[in-house]
Design a binder for this molecule. Sequence first.
Ligand SMILES: [Zn+2]
Length: 308
Amino acid sequence: MNNPFDSRPNFYAAVPLDRRTELRGDRDLIEQHLRAEATRILPVWRSQNLVAGIGAAPRAAWLSAAQAENWIGGTEAIFLGLAGEIAHFALELSHLDDPAPAAAIAGASFTDLRNVGAIMPRDDGALLAYARGLIHWHSRHRFCGVCGHATMSEQAGHQRRCANAGCGSVHFPRTDPAVIMLVHDGDRALLGRQAQWPPGMHSVLAGFVEPGESLEEAVAREVMEEVGIPVADVRYHSSQPWPFPASIMLGFTARALSPEIRLSPDEIESAAWYSRDQLRRSPENETFRLSRRDSISRRLVDDWLAAG
Ligand SMILES: [Zn+2]
């Protein structure tokens, strides 16, 4: 690797907002921002974001406070941050049976960010990913994991507190760490595929970090579990928010100590070694394709190709 620490951000990172965390506790100020004319409200409906230009040049869409008036108040708006003076909020609309009227106001549609993320402006993709991730967390933490009582949003949507006075537990947004690693032997990289992936898609290996293990140990364990190969020289590469639904992908490279692949049938369908020439000639069709361009998996492969 010539430059494993290239600091270029991955897709969905570098949200173009100043989060202004110190403002979250100021209810009056947050309410003022929520009602301001220039404010942008990013609605999320059942994990789908509001997107304009689908099919041509997709971009993030939003509602003004006036346009969202029917829905603000019925749910908890989440303060995302400021872009200059313009406040941005996320708003959960999943209670609506039909989100089309809300979408029509913005001349946009609700869609899964994974359908359009790779071809939209990076700033827009990061913004929508941030909104989606926080809304998802709220939807899964309406009740206290300690006592089972209802929880309430606080800090402009950045924490929830148990409403049971005898408990009062505070819950913070979660992001689940997953390691993703390009295993190489210097000249070749190891790619695998899972049966449920789109036809032809091949990716580097990945898995969730377990309690009580370091990231490096998680890398080595997952590679051993999936393909039976011991690794060394586990090196951090970069990371990527991956709110599909709630992960951060921690990217690594690792050197294989043996070329022999012993597949775990429960984990992946196939795995093989590929030279740089083979990957550069990827037909990108249903016989063989690399991962999506917005994924850190693709970034790991692209950087490995560029280094050789
Ligand atoms: Zn509780």
